[in-house]
Design a protein around this ligand. Structure first.
Ligand SMILES: Nc1ncnc2c1ncn2[C@@H]1O[C@H](COP(=O)(O)OP(=O)(O)OP(=O)(O)O)[C@@H](O)[C@H]1O
Ligand SMILES: [Mg+2]
Length: 452
């Protein structure tokens, strides 16, 4: 515990110093107001004990300076003149306590101990609140799913997030690559800093270079001033390179340098600028195939591919469909301020699970948004789904097909388990969400041997 002692009387200062050292405090002394202000800045004490009447800056100035540096720093004032006015003013301005000289050492120490404890509590509370807020944000971003293949990827995501390694995420369009990238950032110790991203397929070459690496004034028409690249701007944070497979060979060379040397050379510059970012890249192409075509550099691939995450298409993890569908219905209801979340009729669930979802999770989300708007009652029937979804053929029973496509029963089991868990094991509420009778739910729990 660091204490700052302020008094213009040297004798008092010395007595107090001995007293507080003896109690194990780390002591700094100042024999004038101005010196106290400087010490506040330099030492950032946990506690301040100051005289009120001093030539130059007085105790009230010390108080207001302390509150500016840290509003939770307790300041205790001592004065010889028992002036009630000053006392009231000091307390109004946030002084922790007002002591009248002469006072007993025991009294002083007790007050200081209480002030230090109060401060400690406040600091801990603030950290706790921050942590709770952070967890809330993290939970809100947690990708949803119940399929074993997906749960496996999610577990890997949660393990690698803290490591700071470069990550390469592959998966078809709409499988959640960006969502996963943001989730990794949120879980990492870079979460307080920026998450910046760029879509490598959306910009012409020269523009992409200047956006990524920056440029110096006059390096091309329109470059009227020096500009930092996004890789530099994301300092301390995470940089998401979306659709990396679309990047031109010349930009790939520059990116390789950035990843390897941790520095970039802005367009038109001669000096390198250092970068401190975690890179997460995503692609919906098969990069190994791009390499064999000569379109993607293998050295860059190996640099990016430190951790590889593959998000399977939705048709290969059908157990996720009901879980995601339910999640989106809740999300939509919240966004629209609707208290009652509609329920999916069993036939609707069956249709949703049968369809192949070429647009993956994004397509599912859109279909449900539409269905939630079209649905008239509390239950969403299959007619609220787009025609292409409704008309999907029933699965053939070829063996390799069933291996990839779980049966309706497997899907149902996973879904029921998920809902039960989401409702904290409450079967009445789970039955309500599932749109079935509690007795039907009990029967199913029994049939699927789901522990109650
Ligand atoms: N597991 C999931 N849980 C919740 N929402 C998801 C999940 N997967 C995807 N989504 C949602 O689906 C939409 C598409 O996801 P995202 O943009 O991350 O996909 P993508 O793989 O980056 O697609 P593209 O290749 O087209 O850019 C987003 O609204 C995202 O929030
Ligand atoms: Mg994306």
């Amino acid at each position: 515990m660091k204490i700052l002692l302020v008094d213009d009387e040297q004798a008092i200062l010395e007595t107090l110093q001995i007293l507080f050292r003896g109690e194990g405090y780390e002591v700094t002394v100042a024999d004038s107001g101005p010196k106290a202000l400087a010490a506040l800045e330099d030492e950032k004490p946990d506690l301040v004990l100051t005289d009120v009447r001093m030539p130059g800056a007085g105790g009230l100035d010390v108080l207001s300076a302390a509150r500016q540096i840290d509003p939770e720093m307790p300041v205790i004032l001592m004065t010889a003149q028992a002036s009630l006015q000053t006392a009231v003013r000091a307390v109004n301005e946030g002084a922790y306590y007002y002591l009248q000289k002469p006072f007993a050492n025991d009294e002083l120490l007790a007050i200081c101990r209480r002030a230090a404890e109060a401060r400690q509590l406040k600091v801990e509370n603030r950290q706790l609140r921050k942590e709770i807020r952070r967890r809330g944000q993290v939970d809100a971003r947690r990708p949803v799913g119940a399929a074993p293949r997906f749960v496996e990827v999610l577990a890997l995501v949660e393990t690698v997030a803290a490591t700071g390694s470069t990550v390469l995420i592959s998966g078809e369009s709409g499988t959640g690559k960006e969502l996963v990238a943001r989730y990794i950032h949120e879980l990492s110790d870079r979460s307080e800093r920026a998450f910046l991203s760029i879509n490598c397929g959306a910009l012409p070459d020269s523009l992409l270079d200047s956006e990524l690496f920056g440029h110096v004034k006059g390096s091309f028409t329109g470059a009227v001033r020096d500009k930092d690249g996004l890789l530099v701007a994301a300092a301390g944070g995470t940089f998401f390179l979306d659709e990396i497979g679309e990047m031109s060979p010349s930009t790939q060379v520059k990116l390789l340098r950035a990843v390897q040397e941790r520095e970039v050379i802005p367009v038109g510059a001669t000096k390198a600028v250092s970068v401190d970012v975690r890179i997460i890249a995503a692609t919906n192409r098969d990069l190994e195939e791009e390499i064999s075509r000569g379109a993607f550099r293998s050295d860059l691939y190996y640099r990016l591919n430190v951790i590889q995450l593959h998000l399977p298409p939705l048709r290969e993890r059908r157990e996720d469909v009901p879980v995601l569908a339910n999640y989106f219905l809740h999300k939509l209801a919240t966004a629209r301020g609707v208290a009652r979340v509609p329920v999916l009729a069993p036939e609707t669930l069956e249709v949703l699970t049968r369809y192949d979802w070429p647009g993956n999770v994004r397509e599912l989300e859109n279909a449900l948004e539409r269905a939630a708007v079209l649905a008239t009652g509390d239950t969403i029937g299959p007619q609220a789904l787009p025609e292409r979804v409704r008309e999907a053929p029933r699965p053939r029973l070829a063996t390799e097909e069933t291996a990839q496509n779980p049966t309706m029963e497997v899907v149902e089991r996973a879904y029921i388990q998920w809902v039960l868990q989401a409702e904290g094991g409450n079967k009445t509420r789970a039955a309500e969400v599932l749109g079935i009778d509690p007795s039907t739910l009990y029967r199913k729990l029994n049939r699927y041997s789901i522990p109650e």
